[in-house]
Design a protein. Structure first.
Length: 193
């Protein structure tokens, strides 16, 4: 359910674009992102950092798109987001705390730290590649093609990448000793034993 909620602005952007064009779609995506962040704050008294970054970027680049009537700004927004994500994963690795340890917290105790480091590098490369691919499609093809690529292409590539990681992890995961003796819900993802 959370995944669907996270992709709501993209789906709304696509639907409104098909009916009313890029400017209306940009305004709706901005409003949806702001409302989702406000809902998160009202419901949980916090907003996920990723949601804040994404909402901030769509307000800035969407605002520029609307104020200057120039769709190039909204087309650049996904690339900026992907490069920020690549930078976060790269920075976490440089600080000796690969973000993949947190992303895969429930599996981390059963994975060799070198596997988590490798996955961290893959995320950096993947987000960098998506950022470049977004610009290539945005500048080489029509806005209609770019909007479809934004929803189906970028999302599809992400799903394939995550599934490939799942297969890779399944080959390298080793059940930690004593894990079978733990009662359900006792946690996981803590420090290695």
């Amino acid at each position: 359910m959370k995944l669907l909620f996270d992709f709501l602005p993209i789906v709304l952007f696509f639907a409104v674009f098909k009916l009313h064009g890029i400017m209306a779609a940009t305004a709706v995506a901005m409003a949806a992102s702001i409302l989702m962040a406000a809902y998160g704050w009202l419901r949980h008294r916090k907003v996920e950092p990723m949601q804040m970054i994404s909402a901030g970027l769509i307000v800035v680049f969407g605002g520029a798109t609307l104020l200057l009537a120039d769709e190039r700004f909204i087309k650049v927004k996904p690339t900026i987001l992907y490069l920020v994500l690549a930078g976060v994963f790269a920075g976490s690795h440089l600080m000796g705390k690969p973000l993949t340890r947190k992303v895969f917290a429930s599996l981390a105790d059963g994975l060799n730290p070198s596997i988590l480091a490798r996955l961290n590098h893959w995320w950096v490369g993947f987000f960098t590649m998506l950022g470049g691919l977004n610009l290539w499609v945005a500048w080489r093809f029509s806005t209609d093609v770019w909007v479809s690529f934004k929803l189906f292409g970028l999302l599809g590539l992400t799903v394939v990448f995550v599934l490939a990681q799942g297969l890779y992890l399944s080959r390298h995961y080793v059940e930690p000793e004593g894990a079978a003796d733990k009662p359900p819900g006792s946690g996981g993802g803590g420090a290695p034993h």
